[in-house]
Design a protein around this ligand. Structure first.
Ligand code: ZN
Length: 323
């Protein structure tokens, strides 16, 4: 396998404010499953929330760090400015009705790269798009709020805003193995692996935008899928040989990760598909307990006391001394 053979998007990680409001939106409105509730491994006073499909398939995952004290971020260059979800073909009208019922604003439908879509802002003003696209049905679960003919299937694409896209393009189409698949206006589209929904990175050349600033409502990084440790190791070596700063391999319990900044400033991660989210909870109770990494387990009681109270979609309450 060549170092660049990535399989698509693994997850997107973003920063939010209030954790409960985030759960209510991603689980309640978008109908995703909470597939893991844990803490920031570097700061156990903060939750780390994971949402995805019924089994937390790689490519369906968005994660949030609720940083209550951080101010709002500012969208701009050097950031992921839109995270798009694939929804079933023909389901956009049902989505618009669902959002309107909940008085959530969205832009009028547009078509981009052949797909009908709308964009909306989450409660922290993170930009989300819902894109009608060919994609395999997502794994459902008992009690899922949405039927398969409307449910989100996976992350479809991410859009990066860049001051100038050339050096980003060289990295994507070089070591990372992407190929350019289209251009519309100032946006170039790239796909990797088998291509199609779930493998798409769009680079928007936006020299007039201010530099992005991290904070609530901003994406922290985007992660790409690698099938195994050997491939990740080889890619890391190739990136280092290319003169890039790459983190050591980090154990994130549910995947192993390396991080590096692409030339335009967006933080990239390459994460392994294994072991996945079923290593410490069963399919039936995925995302219904506060899971702590081994180093924090002896301090569970103190950690739980300091976490803000949080009610999960199944009614379980965590934090503030509960759970
Ligand atoms: Zn990540």
């Amino acid at each position: 396998m060549a170092p660049g053979d990535l399989q698509g998007i693994h997850h997107v990680t973003a920063i939010c404010g209030d954790a409960q409001r985030n759960v209510d939106f991603y689980a309640g409105v978008l109908g995703l499953r909470v597939v893991k509730l844990t803490v920031n491994f570097d700061d156990p006073t903060t939750y780390h929330l994971y949402y995805g499909d019924g089994v937390g398939s790689p490519g369906s995952i968005i994660t949030f760090f609720p940083y209550v004290d951080s101010g709002p971020g500012r969208p701009g260059v050097g950031q992921v400015t839109t995270t798009s979800y694939a929804i079933p073909l023909g389901s956009l009208d049902a989505w618009m009705a669902r959002l309107a019922e909940r008085t959530i604003d969205f832009d009028a439908p547009t078509e981009a790269f052949g797909c009908r879509q709308i964009t909306l802002l989450d409660p922290d003003r993170l930009r989300i798009a819902l894109v009608e696209a060919e994609a395999p049905a997502a794994s459902g679960w008992e009690g899922a709020p949405l039927a398969p003919d409307i449910a989100i299937r996976r992350i479809h694409s991410v859009r990066l805003a860049e001051e100038a896209g050339e050096s980003t393009a060289r990295l994507l189409t070089g070591l990372m193995g992407f190929r350019e698949t289209g251009t519309e206006g100032t946006v170039r589209q790239y796909e990797v692996g088998s291509g199609g929904s779930g493998t798409i990175v769009e680079v928007q050349c936006s020299p007039d935008l201010p530099p992005g600033r991290g904070g609530q409502g901003s994406v922290h990084h985007v992660a790409f899928r690698t099938p195994d440790d050997a491939h990740q190791f080889a890619l890391r070596a190739a990136l280092l040989a290319d003169g890039r700063n790459v983190s050591p391999i980090m154990d994130r319990n549910y995947f192993r990760s390396i991080y590096f900044r692409e030339p335009g400033g967006v933080l990239f991660e390459v994460a392994t598909d294994p072991p996945g989210f079923l290593i410490d909870e069963t399919d039936a109770d995925l995302g219904t307990h506060l899971k702590l990494p081994a180093q924090y387990e002896p301090h569970r009681e103190a950690i739980v006391r300091r976490l803000p109270p949080l009610r999960l979609p199944n009614g379980v309450e965590i934090g503030g001394g509960a759970g």
